[in-house]
Design a protein around this ligand. Structure first.
Ligand SMILES: *[C@@H]1O[C@H](CO)[C@@H](O)[C@H](O)[C@H]1NC(C)=O
Ligand SMILES: *[C@@H]1O[C@H](CO)[C@@H](O)[C@H](O)[C@H]1NC(C)=O
Ligand SMILES: *[C@@H]1O[C@H](CO)[C@@H](O)[C@H](O)[C@H]1NC(C)=O
Ligand SMILES: *[C@@H]1O[C@H](CO)[C@@H](O)[C@H](O)[C@H]1NC(C)=O
Ligand SMILES: *[C@@H]1O[C@H](CO)[C@@H](O)[C@H](O)[C@H]1NC(C)=O
Ligand SMILES: *[C@@H]1O[C@H](CO)[C@@H](O)[C@H](O)[C@H]1NC(C)=O
Length: 774
């Protein structure tokens, strides 16, 4: 053995070199075992067309590509990592990455990209990290990132951004860290970060922000770390930071001269506050954060006199570590704040000192600030708060019975939720032409007169959720033509409000959950009424029927019909929805799914949810037409004993088959084989026969005794085109669905198929047409 090993290894390695050399493009180096290709610094002007199709990593750093054309990577569909750093790229054409559904990391840093088009990142449906730093991006167009639903980190640092528009990052449903440092940002639209429900870290340091963007930041409920250091802010006013989960806040290297003691009153969890290198001469105890552990005042001209005493005492009592030193008076100069005893913090004149000592325990006397805070007088109705800097006015929960008037004409966000308006007459919002977002949730509104929103020509978001509306006047939205996001959930609407929607040509998202809609009639025809509608939510109504064609729409991407009373698959309804990507039908009572149920939407459908429908049978052909495009399929909590063939669904990232009473005999062999193959942990449980009830399909041995076949003929096609095993991205959605994605690994092999005939064919449900209406 020992004698032979050296020549054998040599032989093998030279053989594989020879094989690989043929497939490796000129000027590149390739590793055939790791499936990597590197062509670094070769002044290439195009993506080498001969990169081996099975490659998973492609490194093209330091070349001269200039333009990425549509389909530039069509020949390498299995890439997971693509590095295009320093490639002199000026333009990324729409669809350049379209075939790269497996790429998790894309590096486009240090190029010359100035515009991100709406479809620049189309197709990168598994992407987790996107580096766009050190480019020349000046402008973000809403929609640029909508395809990147799995992205965790986006780096846009060192670009030339000045402004972030509303909804700029829409679609980043899994973003954790957004990096916008080193730009020239001086303005963030109020809804710039709306929809980023998973964001926990935001970097905005080294920009040109002069004010803390309170209103914009309010939207970031999950953010724990926020860095706004190196921005030219001079003052932080009351309640400037209202972020419920914030723990780390970096406000260092700015120009802060004053900071209200109430500035952080709505940041209850703050534990680290960095105020180093500002212009603060004193600071009052901060109300709000109960768990503050460290307060960094290094590099401020702190004057250690009696005005600092309350801070020093407060820090001592609360265990807050003070970092930094006194800048004066001379005898305390350079003394660490932490080391100065409160009683040594005195005011100069003897009278002042005595007075101060006399009133030592009197809170109100001690907190007189040495400088006056800038106070702004703002035009604002009684019982409302207006922040003119942030263009934000709120009268939430103040018992108003009429819509208050007299907001400044610059107001962009108007929050009137939780009042008692009952009825909104025409022209309820005069002078509100700049309002972008209007909140009217929980206002007990039961009627809205036509023209109520007239003049709101910039209205983009309207929240009418959780009111008592039973119907909508056809003219209700007249005069608000830009309305794009409409929330009507939690009302008592009995009909699909088709005619009212006809006035909203830009409507993009419509929420109608929790109403009393029982029928969607042909008048609801989406295509003619709201041609741009992309997401429609009808969850938790009482829908029993949908007229043919009522939901036809060339644009519709998301349709939620879950928790309704449908008894048949709405197949006929979906015949003209060629872009539908997500369909939720869970919690209806559809017992049977017939053949070709999704054929008409099979090219676009990515996510299909059919949980808890009491489904007893699925035709063997039920999923016919669906293929590698389907990413998520859930069938949890049904009554299925037999499942259709899933082997064509090679792109699944989420699959949930739990809580079905599967019949564990040889007919299940194809499913078991499929489970062995996919890189997902599929949980499926036997319900029959009785001796196997409750056991996991993966664990049972019954298949060993099956005649050695059972794979239907079409499976071979899949096998032949199967790529090398690639670690699939683990979407976080899978966690929510109770399925753990994991890399494929070899498991105990099942008996190989032979030419014998299967003893028993998979059972197709024998159900008559009449029975499905049960
Ligand atoms: C790179 O290629 C361009 C055009 O193909 C050529 O003009 C340039 O001289 C090349 N640079 C180097 C360093 O080879
Ligand atoms: C406090 O600020 C200084 C100056 O910015 C910095 O060097 C130091 O690391 C900070 N200390 C802590 C504990 O954050
Ligand atoms: C605290 O000071 C205020 C005003 O200086 C005075 O009205 C109040 O009586 C004092 N309270 C106590 C407890 O000394
Ligand atoms: C439907 O809405 C009702 C009333 O709002 C609520 O009580 C119920 O839990 C909802 N059902 C589902 C399945 O969401
Ligand atoms: C689909 O509908 C069910 C039932 O209403 C709900 O529990 C589930 O969260 C929905 N899934 C998605 C992804 O919307
Ligand atoms: C699983 O994949 C292997 C090769 O990757 C193939 O030989 C086998 O037939 C596949 N089985 C099924 C059931 O897809």
């Amino acid at each position: 053995m020992h004698f032979f090993s050296v020549p054998v290894i040599l032989l093998i390695s030279s053989l594989s070199l020879a094989v690989r050399a043929g497939k490796c493009p000129r000027l590149c180096s390739c590793d055939g075992t790791k499936l990597t290709v590197a062509c670094i610094g070769k002044n290439l002007t195009e993506v080498p067309p001969t990169v081996d199709e099975i490659s998973v990593k492609l490194d093209l750093r330091n070349n001269n590509l200039q333009e990425l054309s549509r389909g530039a990577f069509m020949h390498t569909p299995y890439l997971t990592h693509l590095n295009l750093q320093r490639c002199n790229i000026i333009k990324v054409k729409e669809g350049a990455f379209r075939s790269l559904g497996r790429v998790v990391s894309l590096n486009l840093a240090y190029n010359k990209i100035d515009i991100l088009y709406q479809e620049s990142f189309d197709g990168l449906s598994s992407l987790k990290e996107l580096y766009l730093d050190h480019n020349r991006v000046e402008e973000l167009q809403p929609g640029a990132f909508t395809q990147l639903g799995f992205l965790n980190m986006l780096a846009l640092t060192n670009n030339q951004l000045v402004y972030i528009p509303n909804m700029a990052f829409q679609g980043l449903n899994n973003i954790k860290w957004l990096r916008l440092s080193h730009n020239s940002l001086n303005n963030l639209a109020p809804e710039a970060f709306t929809g980023l429900f998973t964001l926990n870290r935001l970097s905005l340091d080294h920009n040109e922000l002069q004010f803390f963007p309170t209103q914009t930041m309010n939207r970031l409920r999950e953010v724990t770390r926020l860095d706004v250091s190196y921005n030219p802010m001079t003052y932080l006013g009351e309640e400037a930071v209202a972020m419920a989960k914030l723990t780390h806040l970096y406000l260092d290297h700015m120009s802060l001269q004053d900071l209200s003691d109430q500035a952080l009153s709505h940041a209850p969890l703050l534990s680290h506050l960095d105020l180093s290198h500002n212009q603060l001469r004193y600071l009052e105890p901060l109300s709000g954060p109960k768990e503050l552990g460290s307060l960094n005042l290094t590099g401020n001209p702190i004057y250690c006199n009696c005005f600092m005493r309350s801070l020093r005492k407060w820090a001592g009592a609360g265990g807050v570590k003070l970092l930094g030193a006194c800048a004066g008076p001379p005898h305390l100069s350079d003394e660490p704040l932490q080391a100065v005893a409160p009683l040594d913090l005195r005011c100069r004149s003897r009278g002042e000192t005595l007075k101060d000592e006399f009133e030592e325990d009197n809170e109100s006397a001690r907190s007189t600030p040495p400088t006056a805070k800038p106070k702004q007088t703002v035009k604002c109705p009684l019982n409302c708060d207006c922040d003119i800097e942030a263009q934000h006015a709120t009268c939430e929960g103040r018992g108003h019975t009429k819509v208050p008037r007299g907001f400044t004409s610059k107001t962009q966000l108007l929050d009137l939720r939780s009042n008692h308006f009952h009825y909104l007459p025409a022209n309820s919002f005069p002078g509100a032409s700049q309002v972008v977002s209007l909140h009217l949730e929980f206002c007990k509104i039961h009627e809205i007169e036509g023209g109520a929103f007239r003049g709101m020509k910039n209205l983009f978001y309207l929240y009418l959720s959780d009111n008592d509306l039973t119907s909508l006047d056809p003219g209700v939205f007249s005069g608000a033509p830009e309305l794009t996001y409409l929330h009507l959930e939690g009302n008592r609407l009995a009909q699909f409000p088709g005619s009212a929607l006809a006035l909203l040509p830009s409507l993009f998202v419509l929420h109608l959950e929790r109403n009393a809609i029982s029928k969607v009639e042909p008048t609801g025809l989406l295509s003619s009424v709201t041609p741009k509608l992309r997401e429609l939510y009808l969850t938790n109504n009482t829908i029993t029927s949908i007229a043919k064609g009522a939901l036809d729409s060339a644009f519709l991407g998301t349709l939620h019909l879950d928790s309704n009373r449908l008894t048949e698959m709405p197949t006929h309804v979906l015949s003209q929805a060629p872009n539908l990507e997500e369909l939720n039908l869970s919690q209806n009572s559809i017992r049977w799914v017939g053949p070709n149920a999704f054929q008409s939407i099979s090219q676009s459908l990515k996510r299909l949810y059919m949980d808890q429908m009491g489904m007893e049978k699925m035709s063997r052909e039920a999923l016919k037409g669906l293929g590698s495009g389907l990413r998520a399929l859930t069938l949890r909590g049904n009554q299925l004993e037999v499942l259709p063939d899933l082997s064509q669904l090679t792109g699944l990232e989420v699959v949930d088959l739990q809580d079905n009473p599967l019949l564990c005999d040889c007919s299940l062999l194809p499913l078991r084989r499929w489970m062995e193959n996919v890189s997902l942990e599929v949980i499926a449980t036997c319900g029959h026969p009785p001796e196997l009830r409750g056991q996991k399909v993966r664990d049972i041995h019954v298949f060993k005794s099956c005649p050695e076949s059972g794979s239907p003929p079409d499976e071979k096609v899949v096998v032949a085109t199967r790529p090398p095993k690639v670690k699939k991205p683990k979407p976080s959605l899978s966690k929510a669905l109770g399925v753990k994605a994991r890399p494929a690994k070899p498991r105990a092999k099942l008996p190989k198929p032979t030419k014998n005939k299967p003893q028993r064919k998979p059972v197709a449900p024998k159900v008559t047409k009449n029975k499905k209406a049960l």
